[in-house]
Unconditional design. Structure first.
Length: 256
């Protein structure tokens, strides 16, 4: 990228670059403000895929994490190690595994889900399942250490203890749900592999940003980027708000 050096040693970009950047940002803002149909369709699809994936992942991960938080069995440390390791699996690897499952020669090829909405939901669900399970397990494990004597005196079994402790930590679990949704909506590798980034069908915000940037369509890429940042910012603000509300509720209950 061309540029001139100022007397102070700093790099001053050429005017054409600044003009292009300004025009792209202005056009992107117009697309967002005018609710451009193409942009809104991609945003709606992204939200739908991630929401469905989180529902599937949480329906299994919350219960499994709560049970792992209280259950004692042979090989538990190995299971927890594998669970924590799965948090670092790249999204593109998850996409590859789902692709192999759903391909024509794969065990689930008869479903015909490859390069479809369902395939993207499945990939994101598998991606965020370890996140939900691991965070839920940690919350319930910490709660178990605080209330183990009381629950033991009641003779509650592992399943019941896990359910009671999960309910006791229900406000903290809301942050787990938001974290899972944030992880799902911001990933690009898995949905790119299993969805194919087909316009009007499987194109979501992250894959569209990558494609439009490579094509040089900066306004649409910037517009989608701003919407994605706004969604992630809203999620993080929600987590912070929930934590403050939970802390205030705890103090109020303690005062009583």
């Amino acid at each position: 990228m061309g540029g001139l050096r100022s007397p102070c040693g700093g790099l001053v970009y050429d005017l054409p670059f600044m003009t292009t950047l300004t025009q792209s940002a202005s056009t992107a803002l117009q697309l967002v403000v005018s609710l451009d149909p193409q942009l809104m369709g991609i945003v709606a699809r992204s939200l739908a895929v991630s929401a469905c994936a989180c529902v599937l992942a949480c329906s299994l991960g919350l219960g499994l994490g709560a049970w792992l938080g209280v259950a004692q069995f042979a090989g538990r440390s190995v299971v927890l190690t594998l669970l924590n390791t799965s948090l670092a699996i790249p999204s593109v690897v998850v996409g590859l595994l789902v692709y192999l499952l759903l391909s024509r020669s794969g065990p689930l090829g008869y479903l015909g889900w490859l390069f479809s909405f369902k395939a993207m939901v499945l990939a994101q669900a598998l991606l965020v399942l370890p996140v939900v399970t691991a965070l839920t397990r940690q919350l319930v494990d910490d709660a178990e250490r605080r209330h183990c004597d009381q629950l033991a005196s009641l003779g509650a079994r592992a399943g019941l203890r896990g359910a009671l402790l999960a309910w006791d930590e229900r406000y903290a679990l809301l942050t787990v749900l938001i974290t899972a949704f944030s992880r799902a909506i911001s990933e690009v590798g898995a949905v790119m592999v299993v969805g194919g980034n087909i316009e009007g069908f499987t194109r979501v915000m992250t894959t569209a940003i990558a494609l439009e940037t490579s094509k040089g369509d900066l306004p649409l890429a910037l517009g989608l980027g701003w919407v994605l940042l706004a969604v992630v910012l809203l999620l993080n603000a929600s987590i912070a708000g929930l934590r403050r509300w939970r802390d205030r509720s705890g103090l109020a209950m303690a005062a009583l």
